[in-house]
Design a binder for this molecule. Sequence first.
Ligand code: 1CP
Length: 313
Amino acid sequence: MRQAGRYLPEFREIRSKNPNFIDLCLNENLSSEITVQPLKRFNFDAAIIFSDILLLPYALGQPVNFKKDFGPELGEINISKLSKISENDYIKKLQPVYNSLKITKMKKELQDKDLIGFVGAPWTILVYMLHKKSPKDGNFKKHLSDKIFVNELLEIIIKFLKIHIDNQIKSGATIIQIFDSWAGLLNEEDLENYVYKPTNNLVNFIKSKKIPSICFPKDIKNYKKYVALVKPNVVSIDYNVNPIEIANTIDITVQGGLNPNLLLGNKEELKRNTLKYLDIFKDKPYIFNLGHGVLPNTDPSMVDYLVKLIKNY
Ligand code: 1CP
């Protein structure tokens, strides 16, 4: 939930010299450096590799562009080309991510810390590939009308997500987090086909590699059902979820929850809310984290204050 430190001046400096975001993700030395930047400042327990969930459509041959003040913009998909893409070509395109994991793993900042690899969940990837931009605005439902096409694409996505997960683990990732940022867009009747089944498929794959999985189904209404059907090792909650209800109903490790907006306010309010989460989960397995990414205008000294507060708890 750090978004690689958009709030850190040292990240922004590298970013300003590298206007093409995909190229930056695929620069193994810079991406490794960015990965450890937050660890140089703060006593975090883990690092998350600097990459993006949209490298998957990119590696499948769909153009992906990050436009300033707009977000990602994707090009046309060609399903017949997509179904012919070879595993080798795909891995070759993503090789810098795997090299970056290997480089990062060797750094002194990672000596006794986990290195988190990640992917977008099949549903969230499907949304970006079909809608070709952030689904924040606009009607994405129209893309689901051709069920045969959509399910064929979903199967391709799942196949290539597994290859990406496998290679991240082989390169040193010790945990895999699955980001389902747009799980909240679906109605209950569509969750089975697009969220529960395909995400459980990935979770089982990660389990077979003896690595823990963390799932983040942002804005999903029924976390208990999600956990029962997807069966991750850890579920990451967003800031709209009532933590007391989660603590009373979920029996696996819980991560996250704190509203990242609180890092923009005053320390007293941040402390009060942080202690609320820590107290609620004090007798349960809990990984402190935010309920979504650190906002770019966050003052790094607030993150420092937060980490110290947690470590002293
Ligand atoms: O400097 C910049 O302008 C780029 C900002 C940025 C960064 C630092 C983007 C653009 N992606 C990233 C890195 C990133 N993305 C990481 C690195 C590790 C870390 O957390 O430090 C991770 C895990 C992601 C995951 C990601 N990318 C998600 C899932 C988590 C979430 O935030 O919900 C999503 C949805 C994306 C797509 C994406 N990447 C970037 C943007 C602007 C977007 C679109 C968001 C949207 O649709 O609103």
